[in-house]
Ligand binder design. Structure first.
Ligand code: ADP
Ligand code: MG
Length: 245
């Protein structure tokens, strides 16, 4: 068993009167190297689940394991260390700093790592190369298209060489063409062995993913694996197995 992310009987309630149960007894796991889409209607708990799997938040009950470590038992400081070493995040809004170049924005991903200034710049450029943006390294966000900005944000997420990337509606602010470029950047990372979990409401994008987990009311209502459609050289057919094909 090589699960890198595991949720077992997870409940997440937000305080209120009455409390709001965003995740309602959910179990799922993600193996190393998988490329998983999370789909479901607005309010079904997708973002909450991604926060839990990414150790940004702890469950109210049940167990979340990241690399086999029960995050519910960790102190906040240790939570951030798990995130910093293992996980890169990408969000719908790119969250880039306007006054900085693409390289400088990506280098911010290394802020909490012991990396010399020179290595920072080198690694930032390498991360930009991985997402196909080497020729935009000196551009500022205002000089880039939306799709290019999101690829800078992906480069910032992977500059620490995380084993997994978690993305919450990364194509939500993009047109179809730019959205496809983002998914191709994820395909490349996946082919390099990075585990990817991406929330999407775009049914066209979801249909291309090797595995789709569908949420409703904070529970998994469907979990289907099939060969990867957009994928890279048939390697994806081997990671799947039952169902859906
Ligand atoms: P999705 O990403 O699928 O749209 P969310 O995980 O954002 O769903 O939200 C699930 C439910 O939890 C929704 O009813 C939402 O309003 C509620 N919720 C999300 N975040 C919070 C919060 N910080 N405080 C209170 N309720 C929240
Ligand atoms: Mg959401």
């Amino acid at each position: 068993m090589s699960a890198v992310l595991e949720a077992v009987d997870v409940v997440k309630e937000y305080p209120g009167t009455p409390p709001l149960r965003a995740i309602d007894g959910l179990s799922m796991s993600v193996d190393a190297g998988e490329f998983v889409g999370i789909v479901g209607p607005s309010g079904s708990g997708k973002s909450t689940l991604l926060h839990l799997l990414g150790a940004l938040d702890k469950p109210s009950s049940g167990t979340v394991r990241v690399d086999g470590v029960d995050i519910g038992r960790l102190a906040d400081r240790d939570l951030s260390s798990v995130r910093g070493r293992r996980i890169g995040f990408v969000f719908q809004s790119f969250n880039l700093i306007d006054g900085l170049s693409a390289t400088e924005n990506v280098a911010l991903g290394l802020t909490y790592q012991a990396v010399t200034k020179r290595d920072r710049a080198r690694r930032a450029v390498e991360a930009l190369e991985r997402v196909g943006l080497a020729d935009r390294a000196r551009h500022r966000p205002g000089q880039l298209s939306g799709g290019e900005r999101q690829r800078v944000a992906i480069a910032r997420a992977i500059v620490t060489e995380p084993a997994m990337v978690l993305a919450d509606e990364p194509t939500g602010n993009l047109d179809t063409r730019n959205g496809e470029a983002i998914m191709e950047a994820f395909d490349t990372l996946h082919a390099e062995g990075v585990t990817i979990v991406v929330i999407t409401h775009d049914v066209g994008i979801a249909a291309t993913l090797p595995r789709q987990v569908r949420l409703r009311d904070g529970r998994v209502v469907d979990d289907a694996t099939k060969p990867h459609e957009r994928g890279v050289d048939g390697r994806d057919g081997t990671s799947g197995g039952d169902g859906g094909a």
